[in-house]
Design a protein around this ligand. Structure first.
Ligand SMILES: [Zn+2]
Length: 431
């Protein structure tokens, strides 16, 4: 049963569309087949697939995607950042396109569902529209973003955030981003031309596997993403005094590793002292000089905080810093925090699109849960220029970035059907 407000034009359009026209459903077997076919590009002898951006397998996978898009009647191009873009005309060419899609590159030793489900579901949506002979009012634009796993390269370029320094970063294939872009058919010297303006798209939607275990554990069909968490990183340097571990009494030490231990506990305590889903992690630590018989004089560790709110990330960091000051006094050590530039701001999805996704799932009798994304996605960058929505489908056991990653054909089709319906509802409701 639809829960809508009677007097809102937006809801009126939603009810109008779903009653006036039967919305077709995607072909689950066809979708599954394309997932299995894409998995062959980069498949090794052990049956696992390795398709890191810029690799030969990536080039072959992209050629497959381009051919699928062409067969589906899309007007396909590769932009200067290596993004594959497929356009389908709308009835009204003056309307801004509705964009949707994801990525097909993977982390080394990754899985066949991260990014691929959203990419191939986007193409399946086009094929389903073709089969049902539906032409939308808005033009549609399918995006297969380049090198998502190596720093959301393609989507960053689209929003004008791909910095020159990033182009020198080399990934596991041995190619730098600059070389990689050229390999993909882009042109690294013309990246600024790729940037889209804030009124270039009506909205952007991304279907993605959850990469966590919440939907699978709670047996929920669809995650309606409220936002993608912001990530902040710091290098933390702790200076004590390296001294003889045999002759320095316990009361006279400035042990940097002991101070680090207290700080790691403090990070955990401060993070848990706030209401909400924020996470704080120390994931790397090195002690110097690193000998069994020397009191550690210096420690370097990483600090990461993630949350949907930048203010909360700042509050958490302030809380951790004041605990560090207490530890400095107690231990006779000094803490230095250096922010690292590999961070990303939180991106909230558009509440109107969240509502459309929830409605679309409800129409299909699928259960939903509002949730946040703890992982970064292309939609996070797209949110800088257009309203975005994200649809999650379950990942078996919450496993991702692993060859064991799995999403069932039914769950993939559910996600694709919600994507299709959400696009059609958006098409009618949003001008
Ligand atoms: Zn992904």
């Amino acid at each position: 049963m639809r829960t809508s407000c009677l007097f809102c034009l937006f809801c009126f359009y939603l009810s109008f569309y779903s009653s006036a026209q039967e919305i077709p459903e995607v072909d689950q077997d066809r979708l599954e087949n394309t997932i299995l076919t894409l998995a062959k590009y980069g498949m090794m002898e052990n049956g696992e697939t390795n398709r890191v951006a810029f690799s030969d397998a990536d080039l072959e996978g992209r050629a497959y995607i381009i051919s699928l898009m062409q067969v589906s009647g899309l007007e396909v191009s590769v932009d200067f950042a290596g993004n594959i873009i497929g356009k389908r005309a709308g009835r009204d060419r003056y309307l801004k396109p509705i964009g949707f899609g994801s990525h097909i590159d993977m982390v080394p030793n990754g899985g066949n569902y991260d990014g691929c489900v959203g990419s191939l579901a986007a193409i399946e949506v086009i094929r389903t529209l073709n089969d049902a002979k539906i032409q939308t009012e808005h033009p549609l634009e399918v995006f297969i973003f380049s090198n998502e796993e190596g720093g959301v390269m393609g989507s960053r370029a689209l929003v004008g955030e791909l910095k020159q320094e990033a182009l020198n970063v080399v990934n596991s294939t041995g190619y730098s981003m600059e070389q990689g872009i050229n390999r993909l058919g882009g042109n690294a010297t013309r990246i600024p031309e790729v940037e889209r303006s804030e009124d270039a798209l009506t909205a952007f939607l991304e279907l993605h596997i959850e990469q966590g275990g919440i939907l699978d554990r709670e047996q929920i069909d669809i995650g309606v993403v409220e936002g993608i968490v912001g990530i902040k990183w710091w290098d933390v340097n702790i200076k004590g005094f390296a001294n003889h571990a045999g002759t320095t009494p316990m009361s006279m030490r400035n042990d940097a590793l002991l101070a680090a231990s207290k700080f790691i506990l403090a990070v955990n305590e401060v993070t848990k002292s706030f209401e909400g889903k924020q996470v704080g992690t120390v994931g790397r630590i090195s002690a110097f000089p690193g000998a069994p018989n020397v009191i550690p004089g210096e420690v370097q560790l990483s600090l990461e905080i993630r949350d949907l709110s930048s203010e909360k990330i700042e509050q958490l960091f302030e809380g951790m810093k004041s605990r560090a000051i207490e530890i400095e006094k107690e231990m006779g050590t000094t803490f230095t925090f250096t922010p690292i530039d590999a961070t990303s701001a939180p991106a909230l999805t558009d509440p109107r699109i969240q509502k459309i996704i929830t409605e679309a799932a409800g129409d299909l009798n699928l259960s939903t849960k509002q949730m946040q994304s703890g992982a970064g996605h292309d939609a996070q960058d797209m949110a800088r220029i257009t309203p975005v929505g994200m649809i999650f489908v379950p990942s078996l056991g919450g496993i991702s970035h692993s060859p064991k990653e799995y999403t069932s054909p039914e769950d993939m089709a559910n996600g694709a059907n919600v994507l299709l319906r959400a696009i059609l509802l958006l098409d009618q409701a949003w001008f």
